[in-house]
Design a protein around this ligand. Structure first.
Ligand SMILES: [Fe+2]
Ligand SMILES: [Fe+2]
Length: 219
């Protein structure tokens, strides 16, 4: 696949030139629909970054690159995990390898382009399953992946309307819930970590609501 065979290292991963070169790579690595999805995610991530005070260039870059490995089939992703020497959940490796395209993309890109900022690499790794302890950049990329204009699921417009209106963590939780429910409704398997993530962010959401109530009570 294109991109990684080049002389890897780059002077500035946040430059326009790097972004444009990776866009050209992605046009070859992905089919037309997936390529357009990546452009949609990059644009949405940049908009969300502006709204939430996150580094816009990093958000655009992570959004653009998040599906770098989406062109591999299940066997290809498993081979990629092994070749990159990644430690992954054995159940996910066996039963739902497609969810590993985030971690493989992150590792492959970090290897090919050592100048890629670590937080961009992490956001790419976490875009498929989410995680406990997401950074703002992680959340922006995760949410942008679900909300970009090419996505057309029932209920998505309600979440789009929350963007910029609620704290980023609430937007992430609403998006995570939507993705989770959608998978259940379509009788799809759920990443084993999802329950832990849901419980963690729900507890934080309740705590934040209690704090707001407490503040009102003492005012
Ligand atoms: Fe993806
Ligand atoms: Fe995606």
């Amino acid at each position: 696949m294109s991109g990684e065979d080049e002389a890897g290292c780059c002077a500035d991963a946040l430059s326009d030139a790097f972004l444009e070169a990776r866009e050209r790579d992605l046009r070859e690595r992905l089919g037309r629909r997936r390529y357009e999805h990546t452009l949609g995610v990059a644009g949405t991530a940049a908009r969300l970054a502006r709204a939430y005070g996150v580094d816009e260039r990093k958000a655009r870059l992570a959004g653009l690159l998040h599906d770098w490995d989406k062109g591999y089939d299940d066997a290809g992703i498993r081979a990629r995990v092994e070749e990159l020497g990644l430690a992954v959940d054995p159940y996910v490796f066996e039963e739902m390898p497609w969810l590993l395209h985030g971690p493989t993309a992150a590792a492959a890109l970090a290897r090919a382009f050592p100048c890629l900022p670590r937080d961009v690499v992490q956001a790419i790794a976490r875009h498929t399953a989410g995680a406990v302890g997401m950074t703002d950049l992680d959340m922006v990329v995760y949410v942008a992946d679900a909300l970009e204009p090419g996505r057309d699921y029932a209920g998505l417009d309600e979440i789009r309307a929350l963007a910029g209106q609620v704290p980023l963590e609430e937007l992430y939780l609403a998006t995570f819930r939507h993705v989770f429910l959608n998978l259940v409704e379509r009788r799809k398997r759920i990443h084993p970590q999802s329950i832990e993530i849901w419980n963690y962010y729900l507890a934080r959401s309740h705590d934040a609501a209690d704090e707001r109530k407490g503040r009102k009570g003492t005012a």
